[in-house]
Design a protein around this ligand. Structure first.
Ligand code: SF4
Length: 377
């Protein structure tokens, strides 16, 4: 995170971690915090799974995970990996053979806990397959599936037990001289997950995959994830994130990005600043924002748009946004461009006109960025 001398209260000092690769996507170090999701189709159904991977990638996912519970799934992975625009992580539970098949199918990462796949020879075989196929590993500790000896030692799932479990799995990989791994330690309890992640962040320099597991439906899960992941990210912990929702994977990606955008850690698409509306509104703010969110989904350029119901807050917000609209009286309002008052606009033409202005501004920002990149070469 680059430091901002004008607004130091926005600085987030990221924890220093090693960098690994998940396919072509770097995770950890100074790489941008990546956003992941997971498909929920039958993994053996190439067409349906690939469609979901592509939809998630279009929404901004950097990495997509696919469950590989059987051979039909690992067979399908080969074709999915070939066609996917983003690296694929294969989720393996216990079966070491599925892990080997997935690595050979070309996935970028295996989600597997080396302590759960049997004797040392199996662990070595999986590590060899990962190494031979340039495949990294994600150790995934989960409060709900801790090893029996840890539950006996600690009595119940707790942050210390989770961290101990993670470090045991790490040791197995390190003993086999394998260092291309990242780690998660998820819990559905926000406090437990946050405490475990903080302790883990101090105990290892491996990149950290953040998640609040089984967070719930779209609204409650979003809030839980924003609190849990938001706090950790704010403290500088986390190199890649997955928001787990009982909802479409595309929603997980959108929520993940919104969390990162709220903290200034990633920027993508239009950040809409809008008021909640009240009796002073000069137009229907809620309907307008709903319509604009849909109409502006295709914009990937990071930029801001303020849609404010009246002059109480409109001009002030518009000063800090690329495009702004503030409701006025008599069925019209004021358009602001690059923070400056520009022209009057009737409410009836507002949506089409704002979309046009945002598209123009996005083009201008892209051209400025390209010119700056050329000058820096
Ligand atoms: S900006 Fe105006 S319309 Fe929007 S909530 Fe505030 S007072 Fe109401």
């Amino acid at each position: 995170m680059s430091h901002n001398p004008i607004r130091p209260w926005r600085n987030i000092q990221r924890r220093k971690s090693r960098q690994i690769m998940v396919g072509k996507v770097p995770v950890g170090g100074d790489a941008p915090i990546s956003v992941q999701t997971m498909t929920n189709t039958d993994s053996g159904d190439v067409k349906a799974t690939l469609a979901q991977v592509i939809a998630a990638a279009d929404a901004g996912a950097d990495i997509v995970r696919i469950s590989a519970p059987d051979q039909a799934a690992t067979r399908a992975l080969k074709e999915i990996v070939r066609e996917s625009p983003v690296p694929i992580v294969a989720d393996i539970h216990f079966h070491y053979k599925r892990a080997i098949e997935a690595a050979e199918a070309g996935v970028g990462c295996l989600r597997i806990n080396p302590g759960n796949i049997g004797d040392e020879s199996r662990v070595k075989e999986v590590i060899r397959a990962a190494r031979d196929n340039a495949c990294s590993i994600r150790i995934g500790v989960n409060a709900g599936s801790l090893e029996r000896h840890l539950l006996e030692k600690y009595g119940e799932p707790c942050p210390d037990a989770m961290v101990e479990s993670g470090l045991e799995h790490i040791r197995i990989l390190q003993d086999n001289d394998f260092h291309e791994f990242k780690i998660s330690c998820k819990a559905s309890d926000v406090f437990m997950a946050a405490a475990a992640y903080q302790a883990l962040a101090d105990a290892t320099d491996a990149p950290i995959h953040l998640g609040i597991t089984e967070a719930g439906g779209l609204t409650s899960g979003t809030i839980k994830s924003a609190i849990g992941l938001g706090n950790l990210l704010w403290m500088g912990v986390g190199d890649t994130i997955r928001v787990s929702l009982s909802a479409d994977p595309v929603e997980e990606v959108k929520v993940g990005f919104e969390i990162l955008k709220s903290l200034g850690l990633r920027h993508r698409g239009v950040n809409i600043i809008s008021c909640p509306s009240c009796a002073r509104q000069g137009f229907d703010v809620i309907k307008t924002v709903e319509a604009l969110e849909k109409r502006l989904e295709h914009i990937k350029t990071p930029m801001s748009l303020s849609i404010i119901g009246c002059v109480v807050n409109g001009p002030g917000e518009a000063l800090m946004t690329d495009v702004g609209f503030t409701g006025g009286g008599a069925g019209s309002g004021m358009v602001y461009l690059a923070g400056k008052q520009s022209h009057k606009l009737s409410n009836a033409q507002m949506i089409d006109h704002i979309v046009e202005q945002v598209e123009k501004r996005a083009e201008a920002i892209e051209a400025e960025t390209a010119a700056a990149d050329r000058a820096a070469e």
